[in-house]
Ligand binder design. Sequence first.
Ligand code: BJW
Ligand code: ZN
Length: 344
Amino acid sequence: PPIIPPEDLTSFQTHLSRSTRILALLGAGLSASSGLPTFRGAGGLWRTHDAMQLATPEAFSRDPALVWQFYSYRRHMALRAKPNAAHFALAELAKRRGEGLLTLSQNVDGLSPRAGHPPETLKLLHGSLFDLKCSSFFCSHVERDNYTDPIVPALAIPTTKTAENENNGEIDPTTKQALNQLTNNGKEENEEEEVDTSIAASSSSSTSPRDAQAEADANPNHYLDISNPHVTLPTIPLSSLPHCPSCTHGLLRPGVVWFGEMLPADIMASIDAWIEASPTIDLMLVVGTSAKVYPAAGFVDVARAKGARVAVVNVERDVPAGGLAEGDWLFEGDAALVLPELLR
Ligand code: BJW
Ligand code: ZN
């Protein structure tokens, strides 16, 4: 369990109980203990690529198949992941506080919504892995809450060892162990996996995250761990990538916000309105984020300018630019352990 100095816990909880306007900024560290990697630091590499280099419009124009494989993999992993105690603790706080708490999440994994966080006060700054939009400049097609996994058959990773041909189709035992750890949360597979040359797309369609979860649980070998650079990526022709049903020629892309792109205008406007309506902000929670990406990180300064005391929850001493001020808190530890304590 995390060691939270009792006097810090008390002073925080006293302040929380007196706070009426609270802003929260969430990042990838919130979902780390659900098994989803963060962007910076360990886990920020996907195959040999820096995750940050894949999250750009340039990467998508250059190699849409690679970028789609990255996002398809992350959609799959996010569907298999479960919200953790921190997601639930925040969702409960949000239910208790109503309009008094506005939560700004940079996460695209869908775990806060699945923890029951009220959608009215949860702003997804960087979109969602489960939204799709047309990449054509001339088309405005958007689809929300698409949990189909994989989106198109070509994005299914065959559960075959032919992708791993170096050892006569046998996966090297250490790779396999790493694979099992990533895909089964550390549980060893007791059976040798079947060599299945079919494309794992047959049972792909699902209508809700719950169904997708059940489906993913039922098909633990649905995907090879294509984040492992030793697993050969299938080559996907452009024509097999997801296409826009509206204009028919544009490629669909994930409904996330890439570097150099604007955050959704309606979401920014609703945040501005909440801030405008707050003569003061009492508390700013900064959870599991390196707070290096703007404009998201800038909300910490906005809150501070309205008088907020800042509480950082992070496994590292990773604090927003500008550092901590007198009266702030730094709770060092796994958000999934610290937040339920703080918010109880
Ligand atoms: C744990 C833990 C555990 C681990 N418990 N904690 C002003 C100044 C400088 C630059 C800019 C600026 N304004 C705009 C920019 C440019 C750019 C930017 O910010 N660059 C900076 C990197 C310098 N911003 C943009 O481009 C934004 N657009 C924009 O501003 O448009 C207007 C404009 C356009 C053109 C020119 C100028 C202006 C868009 C930013 C979009 C970011 N998108 C991504 C990808 C989303 C899709 C996807 O998921 O693939 O969003 S990037 C990536 O970073 C992702 C994340 O949401 C975001 C933040 O990362 P996060 O969540 O903080 O993760 P990490 O990995 O960084 O940190 C994890 C933390 O958790 C660590 O601290 C760990 O210690 C901790 N941790 N385990 C608790 N168990
Ligand atoms: Zn279109």
